[in-house]
Write a protein that binds this ligand. Structure first.
Ligand SMILES: [Zn+2]
Length: 138
């Protein structure tokens, strides 16, 4: 009878293999949760486990009053951020929410905004956060 147990017969759904082997944690854990770091200093800001869908989307494409465009991603929490400034309602990108600045707690560069209203969340700039494992844009 024909041998069916060949290397070309995968018994699991193929997944993209990481380039390096992680000895501490199983691969599933990395696919479940990604940490996002400051693009400047690599301080860990938040993780995919804290990703939040706000107004129907995780990502939001917004333009500020100066005409500058920002792509932000929403997170329930960002323990690596430091909130700066008094919360203001003017020009808020989210109805009913006050915003203040969210800075990297390590290097103090601005990584996004912190919102307070019915709930609290962060809107972090995609260009300011990177995947801690790959270094690619979050
Ligand atoms: Zn930083």
């Amino acid at each position: 009878m024909a041998e069916i147990d060949t290397p070309n017969t995968p018994n699991v759904t193929p997944v993209r293999k990481p380039k390096t082997k992680y000895k501490e944690k199983p691969r599933e854990e990395f696919s479940r949760q990604q940490n996002y770091c400051c693009a400047i200093c690599r301080h860990i800001l938040t993780s995919s486990a804290a990703a939040l869908v706000k107004d129907g989307n995780h990502f939001h494409d917004r333009v500020n009053p100066d005409g500058r465009r920002f792509l932000i991603a929403c997170f329930r929490e960002a323990p690596g951020c430091q909130i700066s400034g008094h919360p203001v309602m003017a020009n808020s990108w989210f109805d009913g929410y006050y915003w203040s600045f969210a800075l990297c707690a390590n290097c103090s560069c601005q990584v996004g905004w912190h919102y307070t209203g019915d709930e609290e969340f962060y809107g972090l700039m995609i260009e300011q956060i990177v995947d801690c494992q790959t270094g690619s844009a979050g």
